[in-house]
Design a protein around this ligand. Structure first.
Ligand code: GLC
Length: 564
C-alpha cells in the first residue's frame, strides 16, 4: 500500500483500569471510556489503543487472559464494547486492541486442559519439561533450566501432579504458549479474525518478539549477584519469529488493508526492525523498540543512571536512519510500563513541568514515525509519591522488591528509590480528570491511589487553559495532519555531541523544519552553521517567548519552518 493512513496518524493509549470508572468500584471500565471520548477526540488523534479488557484474573492487570473472546466483568460486557467501538468510529477514530498471545492466563481453558495430564491433547500447547537430568523434581535447582522470570523468581513452575514444570517468562499465572504447535497458531488467528470481523481496526501485539524460542531451552548466563540466568537471548527474536508473524499476516491481515499492527519487541535491534516492518515481507506495520527507554539503565535494570542526551540522540538517530528507506518507526516516551516522561527526562517541578512536558512532546512528535500518546501524557502527568512498598500494586514492583530485598540482600530503601523512579505504577495512577477528591476518576476507592497533584494537574483545567500541555499536543497533532514534511520529511540529526540540545531538521520537497529542544534548566544557544538564516524563518511552534539568535530558555523547544 502506498502511503498508508497510519503514516500521518497519531495513537492514544488507554489503560482501561486507570482511565475512568463509571460504576464506582474503583476500577476503570468501558462505560467510563465512552464518557470521556470527547477528551481524546478533542486532541485530534486518529486511533485509540486499548490495553487488555478481556476476561482475566488480573494477575498482571489483564495481560493474563483467561478468555480471549469476552470482556472482563470489571470492564463491562461485549455489548458495552460494541457501543464503545461504535462511539469511537462515530468520532472518526479507529480502535486497536491489545493482543497478548505469547502467554495466556493459567486459568485459560487451554491451560487447564494442558495441565490435566501428560497425555492431554493440549499438553503440547504450552512448554512442559521434566526436571533437570539427575535431579529430584520439585527440589531447589531442579528446574529444567536456570532462566529467571521477568517478575522475579524462576521462569518455571513445578506441577506436582505430573512431576513436570511449565515455562512462564512472566508470572506463574502467565504460562507461555507453544507457538511451535500449529494448532496454537490456528487458534490465535481464529480469535484475531473474530475481533476484526467485529469491527476492530488492528492490534498492538504484546511481547511479540518472544513467541519463537530456542526449543533446546538452554541455560542462560548468570550475571554477578543474580540467582538466575538470563533467558532472553534464547526467547527473544527467536529462529521462527519472522516466519510466525508472516504466517499471521497471511492468515489474518491479508485483504484487510486498513488495519494497523504494531509489535511490542523489547529485544529488537534496528536491523531486525527493518525486517519486521518491511512491507514487502508482510509482517507488521511498525514495532515498539526499547533502546531509547533503556537509555538510562545499565546491564542491571534495577540501577539508576542519569540521562545522557548524546546517547539518547544516537539511539533515535540510528532508528531514524535505519528505517528511512524501508519500514516505519513508532515513536513513544510513555506507556503503561514506563515512568512518566516529564519526571524522567524533563523537570516536573512547578516551575518547569508544563514547559518541559511540551518540549518532550514536540521533540518526539517531530520525528519521522507514528507517535503514541499515553493517557495523561497530554496533561503532563508526573510520577507518583510512593511512600512505602505497600503503596505499589504492580506485580513487577512487588516481585522485584521481594527478590531484591529477601534474596539478594539489597537495602529496602535503595530498592524503593529505584521503584519510585522506574516503577510501572507511576504510569498507572488514575487519570486526573478534575480537582475533586478522587480526581473525577471514581466515586469509590481507587485501586491505586490518585496522585495528590491532581488538584493542579487535571483535564478540566488543561482544556480551559489555552497554554496547557493538552492544547500544545493538539497543535502538534494538527501540524502532523496538515504538513507533509512532518510525516515524510528526511531526518538529519544536528549537534550530536551536545549534552543539552536535541536538534534536527526534516526536509521534504522544498519544505524544511528545524526542531531544537533544550533538555536542560539553563539558557543555551544553538551553535548552528546557518543559525542566522533560521532565526528569521517562520517560528511554527514554541513553548516560551520567541528566542533571539537561537538562544533557548530552559526547557524551551522551537520549531522553525522555511521553504527553499
Ligand atoms: C508487556 C506489557 C506488560 C506486561 C508484559 C507481559 O511488556 O506491556 O504490561 O506485563 O508484556 O504481558
Amino acid at each position: 500500500m502506498e502511503n498508508p493512513w497510519w503514516h500521518s496518524g497519531v495513537v492514544y493509549q488507554i489503560y482501561p483500569r486507570s482511565f475512568a470508572d463509571a460504576d464506582g468500584d474503583g476500577m476503570g471500565d468501558l462505560k467510563g471510556i465512552i464518557r470521556h471520548l470527547d477528551h481524546i477526540a478533542g486532541l485530534g488523534v486518529d486511533v485509540i489503543w486499548l490495553s487488555p479488557i478481556y476476561r482475566s484474573p488480573q494477575d498482571d492487570n489483564g495481560y493474563d487472559i483467561s478468555e480471549y473472546q469476552d470482556i472482563d466483568p470489571v470492564f463491562g460486557t461485549l455489548e458495552d464494547f460494541d457501543e464503545l467501538l461504535a462511539a469511537v468510529h462515530e468520532r472518526g477514530m479507529r480502535l486497536v486492541m491489545d493482543l497478548v498471545v505469547n502467554h495466556s492466563s493459567d486459568e485459560h481453558a487451554w491451560f487447564v486442559e494442558s495441565r490435566a495430564g501428560k497425555d492431554s491433547p493440549k499438553r503440547d500447547w504450552y512448554w512442559w519439561r521434566p526436571a533437570r537430568a539427575g535431579m529430584e523434581p520439585g527440589t531447589p535447582g531442579a528446574e529444567p533450566n536456570n532462566w529467571g522470570s521477568v517478575f522475579g523468581g524462576s521462569a518455571w513452575e513445578y506441577d506436582p501432579a505430573s512431576g513436570e514444570y511449565y515455562l512462564h517468562i512472566f508470572s506463574r499465572k502467565q504460562p507461555d504458549l507453544n507457538w511451535e504447535n500449529p494448532e496454537v497458531r490456528e487458534a490465535v488467528y481464529a480469535m484475531m479474525n473474530w475481533w476484526l470481523d467485529r469491527g476492530v481496526d488492528g492490534f498492538r501485539m504484546d511481547v511479540i518478539d518472544h513467541i519463537s524460542k530456542d526449543t533446546a531451552l538452554p541455560d542462560g548466563a548468570v550475571p554477578p549477584g543474580s540467582l538466575y540466568g538470563v533467558g532472553a537471548p534464547h526467547y527473544m527474536n527467536g529462529p521462527r519469529n519472522h516466519e510466525f508473524l508472516h504466517e499471521m499476516h497471511e492468515r489474518v491481515f491479508a485483504g484487510r488493508d486498513e488495519m494497523l499492527t504494531v509489535g511490542e519487541m523489547p529485544g529488537v535491534t534496528v536491523e531486525e526492525a527493518i525486517r519486521y516492518t518491511d512491507p514487502a515481507r508482510g509482517e507488521v506495520d511498525m514495532v515498539f523498540g526499547f533502546e531509547h527507554v533503556f537509555v538510562d539503565r545499565g546491564p542491571d535494570p534495577w540501577l539508576l543512571y542519569p540521562l545522557q542526551l548524546t546517547k539518547l540522540k544516537a539511539i533515535f538517530g540510528r532508528w531514524q536512519a535505519g528505517l528511512a528507506e524501508v519500514g516505519w518507526n513508532s515513536l513513544y516516551w510513555n506507556n503503561h510500563d514506563q515512568p512518566r516522561v516529564v519526571s524522567r527526562f524533563g523537570d516536573d517541578s512547578p516551575e518547569y513541568r508544563v514547559r518541559s512536558a511540551k518540549m518532550l512532546g514536540a521533540v518526539l512528535h517531530l520525528h519521522r514515525g507514528t507517535p503514541y500518546i499515553y493517557q495523561g501524557e497530554e496533561l503532563g502527568m508526573t510520577n507518583a509519591p510512593f511512600a512505602t512498598i505497600a503503596d505499589f500494586r504492580d506485580i513487577e514492583a512487588l516481585g522485584h522488591y521481594a527478590q531484591a530485598v529477601d534474596h539478594e540482600g539489597r537495602s529496602p530503601e535503595d530498592v524503593l528509590t529505584v521503584l519510585r523512579a522506574r516503577g510501572r505504577d507511576n504510569a498507572r495512577t488514575p487519570m486526573q480528570w478534575d480537582s475533586s477528591p478522587q480526581a473525577g476518576f471514581t466515586t469509590g476507592t481507587p485501586w491505586l491511589a490518585v496522585n495528590p497533584n491532581h488538584t493542579e494537574i487535571n483535564a478540566a483545567a488543561a482544556v480551559q487553559d489555552p497554554d496547557s500541555v493538552y492544547h500544545f499536543y493538539r497543535r502538534l497533532i494538527e501540524l502532523r495532519h496538515k504538513d507533509p514534511v512532518v510525516v515524510y520529511g528526511d531526518f538529519t540529526m544536528l549537534l550530536p555531541g551536545d549534552e543539552k540540545l536535541y536538534a534536527f531538521t526534516r526536509r521534504h520537497g522544498d519544505a524544511e523544519l528545524l526542531v531544537i529542544g533544550n533538555f536542560s534548566g539553563e539558557r543555551v544557544r544553538a551553535e548552528l552553521a546557518d543559525a542566522e538564516a533560521w532565526a528569521s524563518a517562520e517560528l511554527v511552534l514554541t513553548n516560551a517567548p520567541a528566542p533571539a539568535d537561537l538562544e533557548l530558555e530552559p526547557w524551551q523547544v522551537v520549531i522553525y519552518r522555511r521553504s527553499a
